[in-house]
Ligand binder design. Structure first.
Ligand code: FAD
Length: 396
């Protein structure tokens, strides 16, 4: 009998789950809280084991076509001069990975690759789950009821269904860092490098290219409490203005650009830690299960790898055994990826001029020819694993 799955969340992890479950014979329905497909979001990458998963999905060529064109990462001073740089190199997933793409473009690429028959319902969400006797009965906020063999929760870092099912078992480990991303206008002075400026006062400003003729800007700063998630636009702008007005380099331009940008994403970074990623017939994947944050890197890659491993693990097993196998393959990779590089965020966000000078000296050494490849890997070496992926049989 065909097994049925309900996937909640239609971003990278949810759509990849729908892809792989459907390709391995499940009947799949996806519910997404937003009223339509969510475009938008800034630069993410496909690195490490996720490149193999993308190959197996047949989407690598499309990702390459939609790449952001970024040539590498360049640390700059207040006057814009280069302190050290890490060019993108084939086979080295440095700060700029081989496959860089916008979040919305990656999600759309998976959406377009979905097998026929996957049903996506927008503007709905899980309200209640009754998990009993080998199936989960789910009530949606629209009033619809469905009975399935598996519920896959892929709702991102602040997942509501995760709270409903796992309660306090999911811990949000705050990193004390706020990041605001936005799309701003490109000028003739911009180039195709990720330019990264470290200012005093624990502040970073970065600019990245895209293939659409705009620039993807980031403001990041350290803070004690959550300050930007879910905050109204006006309040956020005045908060950022107070923090970044005197930061230097392109900070003023970014503040002005964000004020008129229609694509702004703000997050107080927190890693998600859970002792188990499933309970009965419900499992979590992607940021909902193990958010690593951009500080660790590899979040979008894990959101591709996890669904593949989930479907492969369930293929010849009952749900309990499959979920256990999924967890035992994924957990070492997730734990290694969550492990932040030494000095992050601490010394990477210096307070004083002395701290900034020391960091720049370190960047100069790291970017020098003899050690650059090794240093680049340490910067961005997330989501890598020596183990072969579990095998999968697809129906076409
Ligand atoms: C619009 C958007 C913009 C983003 N921009 C950036 C960015 O600029 N930089 C960055 O590093 N990361 C960004 N992210 C996060 C990034 O996509 C994830 O860190 C990573 O790719 C893992 O993806 P995920 O699918 O696990 O989670 P997410 O990409 O967070 O996706 C979760 C999905 O679940 C949906 N959802 C949430 N709650 C419910 C619910 N109760 N019921 C049904 N659906 C629900 C959301 O609408 C979303 O579509 C963004 C995410 C989104 C949704």
């Amino acid at each position: 009998m065909t097994r049925r799955a309900l996937v909640s969340g239609a971003s990278i992890a949810g759509l990849a789950s729908a892809f792989w479950l459907s390709r391995t014979g499940w009947e799949v329905q996806v519910v997404e809280r937003a009223d339509a497909f969510r475009d938008g979001g800034q630069n993410v990458d496909v690195r490490g084991v996720a490149r193999e998963v993308a190959d197996r999905m047949g989407i690598t060529a499309v990702i390459r076509d939609r790449t952001t064109t970024e040539q590498g990462t360049r640390f700059v001073g207040r006057d814009g001069r280069t302190i050290g740089e890490f060019p993108a190199e084939a086979g080295v997933d440095g700060p700029t990975a081989e496959l860089e793409i916008l979040r919305g473009d990656l999600a759309r690429t998976i959406l377009e690759a979905l097998p026929d028959g996957v049903d996506i319902v927008y503007g709905d969400a899980i309200e209640r789950i009754h998990d009993a006797e080998g199936s989960a009965r789910v009530r949606l906020t629209s009033g619809t009821e469905v009975e399935v063999d598996l519920v896959v929760v892929a709702e991102g870092v602040r997942s509501r269904t995760r709270s409903l099912v796992f309660g306090d078992a999911a811990e949000l480990d705050r990193l004390g860092l706020a990041i605001v991303y936005g799309t701003i206008e490109r000028t003739d002075a911009d180039d195709d490098w990720w330019r990264w400026y470290v200012a005093t006062g624990e502040r970073h400003v970065t600019l990245r290219p895209d293939a659409m003729g705009t620039i993807r800007a980031t403001l990041a700063y350290r803070c004690e409490r959550d300050e930007v998630t879910g905050v109204e636009r006006e309040a956020r702008e005045s908060l950022l203005d107070g923090i970044f007005a005197d930061a230097g380099w392109e900070a003023r331009r970014v503040l002005d650009g964000l004020a008129t940008s229609s694509d702004v994403y703000a997050d107080d970074l927190a890693q998600v830690r859970m002792p188990a990623w499933s309970a009965g017939r419900v499992c979590v994947v992607g940021d909902a299960a193990w958010c690593v944050t951009p500080l660790a890197g590899g979040g979008s890659s894990l959101a591709l790898i996890g669904p593949y491993v989930l479907a492969a693990s369930l293929q010849d097993a009952d749900v309990d055994a499959g979920l256990a196998a999924f967890e035992s393959w994924m957990r070492p990779l997730v734990e290694e990826t969550q492990d932040l590089p030494p000095g992050v965020p601490g010394i990477a966000y210096p307070t004083s001029r002395l701290g900034v000078s020391a960091l720049r000296a370190g960047i100069r050494v790291a970017a020098s020819a003899p050690v650059r490849r090794i240093a680049a890997k340490a910067f961005g070496g997330a989501a890598t694993d020596e183990r072969p992926l579990p095998s999968i049989r697809t129906d076409g």
